[in-house]
Design a protein around this ligand. Structure first.
Ligand code: FES
Ligand code: FES
Length: 154
């Protein structure tokens, strides 16, 4: 059985007809074709699938798409505005904080949620915000530097 589901993603409305058990990460990637959100573990461990629901970071692999019809969903594709990258994206590029890049969409979304509520986080606060996001390449140091750079913290 499939059901109609209406999702609001990055300010756009998407109507899809899906099985009720499908997760948000799968619907974003396979139905809406927003493939910036990555699927790593599919069990809530890696954070690669992080998106914002009404501004709060969640693991999209643990959310059924049919349950989030009334919330604003923000994915990495929605970070840039008016053709301009988000300051975090610019800082990640400037500081060389991206290697393979698989973790980066999820990390950017966790960090956006942080900066939206705390524009000048301490290093400890940044680490807490990223605690649910695993990166197997960078060792995180350049990512922390990029957050400093984005927030103009010395
Ligand atoms: S794919 Fe969702 S937490 Fe790993
Ligand atoms: S840059 Fe490769 S997993 Fe983070």
């Amino acid at each position: 059985m499939k059901i109609p589901v209406r999702l609001k993603v990055n300010g756009e409305i998407y109507d899809v007809v899906i099985a009720p058990y499908r997760t948000l990460v799968d619907v974003l990637r396979e139905e809406i074709r927003l493939i910036g959100t990555k699927k790593g573990c599919d069990v809530g461990d890696c954070g690669a699938c992080t998106v914002l629901l009404d501004g709060k970071p969640v693991n999209a692999c643990l959310i059924l798409a049919a349950t989030v019809q009334d919330v604003e969903i923000l994915t990495v594709e929605g970070l840039a505005a008016n053709g301009k990258l988000h300051p975090l994206q610019e800082a990640f590029i400037k500081e060389g904080a991206v290697q393979c890049g698989f973790c980066v969409p999820g990390i950017l979304m966790s960090l956006k949620a942080l900066l939206d509520t705390n524009p000048t986080p301490t290093l400890e606060e940044t680490k807490w915000a990223m605690a649910g996001n695993l990166c197997r390449c960078t060792g995180y140091t350049k990512m922390f530097k990029a957050v400093e750079s984005a927030t103009h913290r010395p």
